[in-house]
Structure formats: structure tokens, C-alpha cells
Design a protein around this ligand. Sequence first.
Ligand code: NAD
Length: 515
Amino acid sequence: MALLQPVEGPGGLHGRRKLEVFDPATLERVGEIEVASAEDVWVALERARKAFEDWCLLSFRERGRYMLAARDVIVQRVDEIAETICQDTGKPRIEALTLEILGACDSLTYYAKNAERLLQDEKKSLHLMKNKKLVISYRPMGVIGIITPWNFPFLLSLNPAVQAMMAGNAVVLKPSEVTPFVGIALTQIFEAAGLPDGVFQVLTGDGSTGAALLEAGCDKISFTGSVRTGRKVAEACGMRLIPCTLELGGKDPMIVCDDAKLERAARGAVWGAFCNAGQICVSTERVYVTEKIAEPFIARVVELTRDLRQGPEVEGDVDVGAITFPPQLEVIESHIMDAIEKGAKVLTGGRRNPDYPGYFYEPTVLVGVNHDMKIMREETFGPILPIQVVRDEEEALRLANDTSYGLNANVWTRDRHKGKQIANQLKSGAVVVNDCMVTYGIAESPFGGVNASGIGRVNGEIGLKSYCHVQSVAMSRFVTKREYLRYPYSAKKLRFVRKVIDFLYRSRLGKLFGN
Ligand code: NAD
């Protein structure tokens, strides 16, 4: 059974295609959604443009009030929302609460309370033109198109939307077709919070709706998803000359040094690889452990993995949930098969879970892996933990950097100074020392990747500012009748400018000014 099934072709009811959605853990039907057409996208854009006119005039405090009201609605409806997230994704309820809802409440609260401070005008005193002053302002852009994936449908849709709205923009969100009911829940939350009409809209649909949003004339696109789609988004935005933020995939390495705390590192590896069934852009996708501690580390990782409980959830008693998107199972299986054919050994797992009809893949630990295998080079996005034993930390670092990605990484050592040094040598947008994955959850931390993992940053001051036009306003401190170096030019002015250059960059006094 496919998770998504078209139930009506073009020209059906309302002239829109429909898609049926199933719970990946139980295979029960959740419902059906309409695929918004290009015309729907245009209508939403128009509505958003109108809403923007008033929204951008509100103070930060007024905008923040709506965000805090939305947070209160979430807290009131927490069980209902968690249920929707679980049905769409097949994840355990505790992961819906900790990784999505808690993060969303924090995002609403943090940006409601801090956006004004982070986006306030910056007054600069100038090092050269002392008669001028500069004010840098962060102005809203207009309408932000947000396109999001299925792995964290609540947090990854709400978090960029909150930042865009607090910066004064209107938002049109296109959530993943795999988890559309979470997107619909978000509309209901903002409606209940009394958000003015058109400031936040959701268009359900698949890639065709996303593609229409790229063409519709947004002022910026914030995209989270695969590298493959990310390239299409970048191309479309390039053609329209609009900015885009691309939060793409990862193949995050974990480096376990000789002096790592073994129990903590083993637990970190297991949670980092199997949380959300490994369907996290910042999940641990490959481990390099030095030969000195490899044996006890691997033994403990296997032991902890075998203790994990998997299946559809009853009352919080499940550790590892379902694979949300069925085609992802094929990717996982092909990576495992390729690794085994090339000599890898499965220590535990290595197959679909036969106990349940839903899409479950057993938490899997592999050893004997190397960089000729897909499992060490391509994003698997599943509950797989391949461990490569290395001679020393230097080799670990070299292999960790042998990748086209660069989203997140983690390093485990008792020596914090060494941890920081290794972190700085990793080609990665973020690194965690003695923990994993937490970077997305730290509101102050800019988040994003290098290389194929993306362009730009979300979160924190840098992320918030990326939803703004940066405007420089230069003002004269005092106004004279004329400026000496303007027309008419003359030989005397020429000599004067030569003297100024000599003074500034050759004389001792000029150098004292810092030039
Ligand atoms: P995807 O690229 O298949 O889809 C993402 C979104 O793009 C969906 O809403 C989809 O409908 C839409 N889309 C598809 N084709 C489109 C097109 N031509 N034009 C515009 N939109 C289009 O990704 P996915 O499978 O939903 O998500 C998994 C991927 O997301 C993984 O690679 C994962 O690493 C990545 N991800 C990255 C981050 C991050 O912050 N860096 C976070 C979560 C997930």
C-alpha cells in the first residue's frame, strides 16, 4: 500500500487532484487532501500581499502578541496536535512532544520576545567619513514562500514562519504532501490565535504546488528538503532573482576519540542515529571510533540498540517509530544491501520489522564499513548506524570531511579544548561536542549547512535577519552649502586628494587613525 494515493484526476471535484494519506505506523487511512493548483497559489499570494500592507505596520509587540496567543493555543490543544503529528509521521508521541511541540513553543516565545531587540536599527560611527552617520535597518521583504519536508512537519513549518512573520512578512506555506494534516493544524492554530486574515496561509499539495509557489512572485523562498529539490528551488529563484534559504540533507559524522566517556558516547550514538527513526537531517549517519576504545564502544552500542522497543505506540512505551515515507524504505534497503555486498557485517537489525504491518525498519548497527559504500557517503535517512574503526583522531577527521555534505557533526572527548579544535577543522555548518543534534533546538544558534547541505541560515539573529532587506541609510551630521570634492574638479583638488591618500596610508599619524 502506498502512503499517498491519487484518488481523483484533474477535472474532478473542484477541478483539483486529491491525495489520500495513511498513517505509516498502522496503515490506517488518515484522510485526503486537495492539491492546490497554480491558480490557488496566485490567489493566496494576492491575499498575502494585501495582508502584508497592514501587518508590516504593526509594532513588534503587537506581532508578538499573536505569536504568544498561538503558543497558548498549542499548549491548550497539545494532545490533539501530537495526535495529528503522530498520525501523519508514525513517530512516537514523546518525539512529537519533545522534538516538535516543545521546539515550536520555544520558537514562538523566543522570537515574540526577542525579535525587536535583534532587528533594531544599528547606528554605526564611521571610521573614515566622520561627517556622516550610518543607520542600518532591517525591513520586511513582503511575502515569504515556505516549503517544508515530512520529517518534522510541525517544527520545520512553524519555526521559519514565526521568524518571517515577526520580521513583518506575510507567509504562504506549502507543507509536505506526506504530512499535510500538520500543515492544516497550523492554519487552525493561527486562526484560533486571531491572526489577521492572509498573514499565514497554507496550501496543501505536492511538488507541483511547490513549483507553482516558486513561480508566483514571492519575495523570498525558505526551503527545507532534499538536495535534489533544493537545486530546482535555487534554479527557479535564480531565474526570478529572489533570495532563497536552502536547508538540505546531511551525512553527519560522529567522532569518538580515545578519551571519550564511553557510556555517554555509546548512548549518544544510539539516540543520535535512531531518534525519529533516523529521519533527521542532523541525525548521526556514520561513526568513526578510534581503535583504542572501539571494542567496548561497539559492544555497548549493540547492547543498547537491542534494548530499543519499536512499533505503533501505546501510551509512550515505544522508542523507535515508523518510516514516514515508504520510498525511504527502499533507500535504506539499497544502502544496507550495497554495504553487505561490499563486506559490511550487520551486528543487529538489518531488516524490516516483521512484527508489524506498518513501515518499520529495525534499528541496525553495521561494522566493517568503508567509504566505498553508499552507507558512508549518501544520506540514508533511516535507523542505521554504521561504525568504522579508525587508527586515530586524525584519520577520523579526514574521513569525516570526505563528504559532499556538511550540516552537523559531533565529537566526543573528555578534553574540551581538543573537542573545540576538532570542531573547527570539520567542514560543517554546526558541530556539537559531547552531545548530538541539539544545534537546531538552540534558538540563538544560526543553523544551516555548507556544501550540498545548503545555503543560508535559519534561527537566531542571522536567521531572523535573513527574512529582511538590509537597508543602509547614510546621513550627514552637518550640512554645508557644498561638498569640497564635488564639481567643479580642478588641479588643486587633485593635489589635495593625493595628499589625503598619502596622509592616511603613509604617514605615522594616518596609521594612528587605524587606516
Ligand atoms: P523533498 O525535497 O522531496 O520535499 C520537500 C518539499 O518540497 C515538499 O513539500 C515537496 O512537496 C516540495 N517539492 C517537491 N518538488 C518540488 C518542486 N519541484 N518545486 C518546489 N517544491 C517541491 O524532501 P523530503 O523528502 O520531504 O524531506 C527529506 C529531506 O529533507 C532530507 O534530505 C533531509 O535531510 C532534508 N531536511 C533538511 C533539514 C535541514 O534543516 N537542513 C531539515 C529536515 C529535513
